[in-house]
Design a protein around this ligand. Structure first.
Ligand code: SAH
Ligand code: SF4
Length: 389
């Protein structure tokens, strides 16, 4: 039996090569790519402008398959979350966040994560495995066409695009799954696929320094860096990867990246943890860090109110503290946003994406627990990020 090639796994060059192996000209690959990524087609019979002989060859050798949807919930505010089966008892989550003038999809790149940040529930489940190209781009493919279907919008370039921005901020550390992530991003940028501009694709990293340089060379997109602390001692304790790539190296890498980036600033994400990293003194220390004359980094700050989970032992900073912290940064002239939280009724918050499939009742249970947590932590508990880069 021949194994079928999943065409979602192939970047434009690989699809051209695949068509070449089937004895077809390169322009056929472009047509095929448009059918898949612009029309959401997975049925070759539907691709009526391809010769019948090609359609038959495709039926024999290829398939278009995204991960299976296990659950699909829409929040009262329009945030929509899918739980996707990626095999061997693993699942990942994809979240769509609609806003007035754009729609952002938050995409996962790994099942679990090896970095194990202290405040992140994805990290707490450990590393399970890297997602393939098809599993990463499959999230965008599935979500775009599911959203259109819900709204009755026709597939294809004439139909109104639902996803205008992608952030690699779901489960996993994208730079530790480099090649598949970059290949998937190339498809996001490709005019015969999703045609997103580099400024509308944001990669978020905990700071894998050598890979930041590699990304600058191979696929520069907008960059968000999860900072969370202004000095090495504190960052070591929150983001263990800092012991390997300390702040001075990370700042220097950010600065180098800006020579290639589509935007002229880095977005620093900063999770606000009560009594841990949230004093005015920490904010002033941050200013000194990003303005260090050795490696000054033009930047914006995005403060993320911590989304607690029971085992973390950490508490969200209160709103007044978050505002005061933001004020210190803003007074120094740094654009600072506080991440709005959304999707609270579907448990879709940043850092709460856990997605285990072994127990399919889990999502249901978590939703039930939601009310309990909200009583304890306030009504904002468990709301999804609003990404403002
Ligand atoms: N691994 C990458 C991208 C995924 S995490 C990274 O760490 O950047 C996306 C963002 O959510 C990161 O900024 C991360 O620090 C933040 N985050 C993780 N857990 C969180 C939590 N419990 N509350 C708020 N933000 C959290
Ligand atoms: Fe991994 Fe990012 Fe979570 Fe840290 S915050 S454990 S890097 S997913």
């Amino acid at each position: 039996m021949t194994t079928l090639t999943n065409l979602l796994d192939l970047d434009p060059a690989q699809l051209t090569a695949f068509c070449g192996e089937l004895g077809e000209k390169p322009f056929r690959a472009k047509q095929l790519q448009r059918w898949i990524h612009q029309f959401g087609a997975n049925d070759f019979a539907q691709m009526t402008d391809l010769a019948k002989s090609l359609r038959e060859k495709l039926e024999k050798h290829a398939i278009v398959k995204a991960p299976t949807v296990i659950s699909d919930h829409t929040s009262t505010d329009g945030t929509r979350k899918w739980l996707l089966d990626v095999g061997q008892g693993n699942a990942v989550e994809t979240v769509f966040i609609p806003e007035e003038n754009r729609g952002t999809l938050c995409v996962s790149t790994q099942a679990g994560c090896a970095v194990n940040c202290r405040f992140c529930s994805t990290g707490k489940q450990g590393f399970n495995r890297n997602l393939s190209v098809g599993e990463i781009i499959g999230q965008l493919w599935m979500a775009e066409f599911a959203l259109r279907q819900t709204k009755g919008i026709e597939p294809g370039p004439k139909g109104e695009r639902q996803i205008t921005n992608v952030v690699m901020m779901g489960m996993g550390e994208p730079l530790l799954n480099f090649e598949p992530t970059v290949t998937a991003m190339r498809l996001m940028l490709d005019d015969n696929a999703y045609g997103l501009s580099r400024r509308r694709v944001t990669l978020s990293t905990s700071g894998v320094v050598p890979m930041i340089d590699k990304l600058a060379q191979e696929c520069p997109v907008a960059m968000a860096v999860s900072l969370h602390a202004p000095n090495d001692a504190l960052r070591d304790s929150l983001v263990p990867l800092n012991k390997k790539y300390p702040l001075a190296e990370l700042m220097a890498a950010c600065r180098r990246y800006l020579d290639y980036a589509p935007r002229d600033f880095i977005t620093f994400e900063y999770c606000m943890l009560d009594g841990v990293n949230d004093t005015d003194e920490h904010a002033r220390e941050l200013l000194a860090l990003v303005r260090n004359p050795l490696h000054p980094v033009p930047c914006k700050f995005n403060l993320i109110p911590f989304n607690p989970f029971p085992e973390s032992g950490l508490v969200r900073s209160n709103n007044a503290r978050i505002k005061a912290f933001a004020q210190v940064l803003m007074d120094a002239g740094i654009v600072t946003t506080i991440r709005k939280t959304r999707g609270d009724d579907i448990d879709a918050a940043c850092g709460q994406l856990a997605g285990e499939v072994q127990d399919r009742t889990r999502v249901q249970e978590r939703m039930q627990k939601m009310a309990e947590y909200q009583k304890k932590y306030g009504k904002d508990f468990g709301r999804i990020v609003e990404v403002s880069t």
